[in-house]
Design a protein around this ligand. Structure first.
Ligand SMILES: [Zn+2]
Ligand SMILES: [Zn+2]
Length: 157
């Protein structure tokens, strides 16, 4: 869908028990699968799908006091519902103007399909990703990996 057509549309989401509810204004900035150790451990999942929005397009509608924030690294904090544990938010120094939100906490289509895999070189061995999306890894999780069709092509030229 054209970005202009979805501009200013609102999308709601929240945790499993419903005490925390948020709203974002579309369009989202991006959507990506993350395979880093912290995502995998804190959500006990093989990878986590996130989307990013500008902070100005994000608001907590209900349950601000029900969100527990913790330092997941020196540079970032994550927020989850204190009652049901649903992981919801990520904010980090590397993205000062953004809130990152777990895709599955959204109540409807975010109008952006996942675009890339990050920290892909850390991916688990028991689940095979079978898609054509570009994959990134390396020291910061965002270095293009040689397995990418585009990257492989460029290195041959
Ligand atoms: Zn909850
Ligand atoms: Zn991650």
């Amino acid at each position: 869908m054209e970005q202009s057509a979805i501009a200013n549309q609102k999308l709601q989401g929240g945790c499993f028990c419903g005490r925390v509810q948020y709203r974002v204004q579309l369009p989202v900035k991006w959507c990506a699968h993350c395979h880093c150790e912290i995502c995998r451990k804190t959500q006990s999942a093989p990878f986590v799908t996130w989307f990013g929005v500008e902070k100005i397009n994000f608001e907590v509608l209900r349950g601000e006091a029900d969100i527990a924030w913790f330092d997941s690294s020196q540079n970032a904090q994550r927020g989850h519902c204190i009652h049901c544990g649903t992981p919801l938010f990520f904010v980090g120094k590397n993205w000062p103007d953004e809130v990152h939100i777990t895709r599955e906490s959204a109540n409807a289509d975010i109008k952006q399909v996942p675009q890339i895999h990050v920290f892909y070189d850390r991916h688990v061995s028991y689940f095979q990703v079978d898609d054509q999306l570009d994959k990134f890894g390396g020291h910061n999780g965002f270095v293009p990996l040689a397995i990418n069709p585009k990257t492989a092509k460029e290195s041959n030229e």
